[in-house]
Ligand binder design. Structure first.
Ligand code: ADP
Ligand code: MG
Ligand code: ZN
Length: 497
């Protein structure tokens, strides 16, 4: 195979049109599993949350979890879907060591919810993403490959299986194909997953944490030349952050363009995204539906949600994020553009929580969009995972308001917060950061500055108050920025009056 340099992204989108499609899995936060009474808590010792049903032992029978069905219907309603009046679970047959029954109970041609949409805002414009279906299934267990360097099966000496996750209710949300987004395809993909996460979080049915795997996303991408039919899609897995959703689409577009431009063909396959390189590598060639030998699950009765119940659930839906954001925007007094940057930074909830912890809207926005966004960008982490909590940001602002920190010192303290050194007051103590406001120590520093700059002092004595800046600067330097500039100014002027 010859290697040519990959084409630039601009070239890719000048020659090809992308189509994307997203499959998102959400682990529901129900107390018990989908078809048995086992607990679902995250992080328990391996194989302590299992029973004959979720271990697939002979003679055990599943019973559907009503809370999971309710949560799925609420997700469907929030996504403007039709709710099936009658549908069935289906068996999806395949072997995998972390799936003890050798089949997964899922839904196939009779999903609980179908044909909806979700609006996402891209650069001030709404893009409507079609929702193909929302269905309910059970999660698999987890395989752990040990003894190797990478944690992958390759090079491992043994593999361990933990069935605690097996049988946790999992909702799959599949979009219709999304054509027509051109060069914006990567940001549309990211904005959709972000909005979907926020919708699901507002329903309170899952903690939707990508880093813990309770929100997982597969990204389908294809390219075609204008006027031609849609191309063959690949499905990229292992996309573990919002940022990676965007990167995965982009890098897959570039890779496919390179193949197509040299006369090659795209194989329908799953691919794996690598956080470190930002690229995808080939996984397995994709099974088709017929490979799974789906058939209606004979151990479960059909699902027929009562229309009155569905109507009740619809009426009880909470304020959805888009409406909520509009309300916040007017409460915070922000322009569309300012609100957009808050949303783009992923800061809506953080600012909201910071205000709830006592800060003003203005101060909360300043810290999250300024210093903290900059840090997040530098280190490539989501703002919410930066290491500072809304409570800590509110505490920091209070210290500034109380005159215990200057803005500059507050930034030093924030650095400590982000580095995990504790709450602002702890960091001030540990690092010895404090505003020098004790006038005894300050007076000495001011007198030293006057003595070192006799001409400047004369000017001030002569009424040139603006010259005080030089002396204030000298004092700030001598106190390593720990003095309060306003106090220093007052001292300088009173010593020279
Ligand atoms: P599978 O189970 O094979 O992954 P799904 O129906 O669950 O299939 O999901 C396929 C996803 O790919 C859907 O989101 C669909 O909209 C999307 N898709 C279908 N055709 C294309 C295409 N040509 N290019 C990009 N995405 C596509
Ligand atoms: Mg799928
Ligand atoms: Zn169980």
């Amino acid at each position: 195979m010859t290697t040519v340099a990959p084409p630039a992204y601009d070239e890719v989108t000048a020659t090809f049109e992308p189509v994307i499609g997203l499959e998102t899995h959400v682990e529901l936060g129900t107390r018990t599993k989908m078809f048995c009474g086992c607990p679902t808590a995250f992080g328990a010792a391996p194989n302590t949350q299992v029973c004959p049903v979720c271990l697939g032992l002979p003679g055990s029978l599943p019973v559907a979890n009503k809370a999971a069905i309710e949560a799925t219907i609420r997700i469907g309603l929030a996504l403007n879907c039709s709710i099936a009046e009658w549908c069935r679970f289906a068996r999806k047959n395949y072997f995998y060591p972390d799936m003890p029954k050798n089949y997964q109970i899922s839904q196939y041609d009779e999903p609980l919810c179908s044909d909806g949409w979700l609006d996402v805002e891209i650069d001030g414009e709404m893009v409507r993403i079609g929702i193909e279906r929302v269905h309910l299934e059970e999660d698999t267990g987890k395989t752990l490959h040990v003894g190797g360097a990478t944690g992958r099966i390759h090079g491992a000496s043994e593999s361990l299986v933990d069935y605690n996750r097996a049988g946790i209710p999992l909702v799959e949300i599949v979009t219709k194909p999304i054509p027509g987004t051109g060069a914006k395809a990567p940001i549309v993909a990211r904005a959709y997953v972000t909005e979907l996460r926020d919708v699901i979080r507002s329903l309170g049915v899952s903690d939707v944490r990508m880093e813990q795997g309770s929100l997982r996303c597969d990204v389908n991408t294809s390219l075609n030349r204008p006027g031609e039919e849609w191309g063959t899609r690949t499905e990229t897995k292992n996309v573990n952050s919002l940022r990676s959703v965007e990167r995965a689409v982009r890098s897959e577009m570039i890779r496919q363009a390179a193949v197509l431009s040299t006369g090659g063909k795209i194989t329908q396959e799953t691919r794996h995204f690598h956080e470190d390189t930002g690229e995808t590598t080939s996984g397995r060639s994709k099974e088709t539906a017929t490979d799974y030998r789906y058939f209606p699950e004979p151990d479960l009765v059909p699902l027929a949600p009562d229309t009155a119940w569905v109507r009740e659930l619809q009426a009880a839906l909470p304020e959805l994020p888009r409406v909520h954001r509009q309300r916040l925007q007017s409460e915070w007094g922000l322009s569309d553009l300012d609100m957009q940057s808050v949303v783009n930074a992923g800061a809506v909830e953080l600012i909201e929580a910071t205000i709830a912890a006592g800060a003003t809207a203005e101060a909360a926005r300043k810290w999250w969009l300024g210093e903290l966004s900059r840090k997040a960008n530098e280190t490539g982490v989501e703002l919410a995972a930066i290491g500072a909590t809304p409570q800590q940001v509110a505490q920091l602002q209070k210290l500034v308001d109380d005159g215990k920190l200057t803005d500059k010192l507050a930034r030093q303290v924030l650095e400590g917060v982000v580095a995990g050194e504790g709450d602002p007051e702890q960091i001030m103590q540990a690092r010895g950061i404090e505003v020098v406001s004790d006038s005894g120590a300050l007076t000495v520093a001011v007198d030293e500055a006057i003595a070192a700059n006799p001409e400047v002092a004369d000017k001030i004595r002569g009424g040139n108050v603006a010259a005080a800046g030089v002396l204030i600067g000298a004092v700030m330097k001598a106190t390593k920025g720990q003095a309060d500039a306003k106090t220093v100014r007052e001292l300088v002027l009173s010593r020279l009056s």
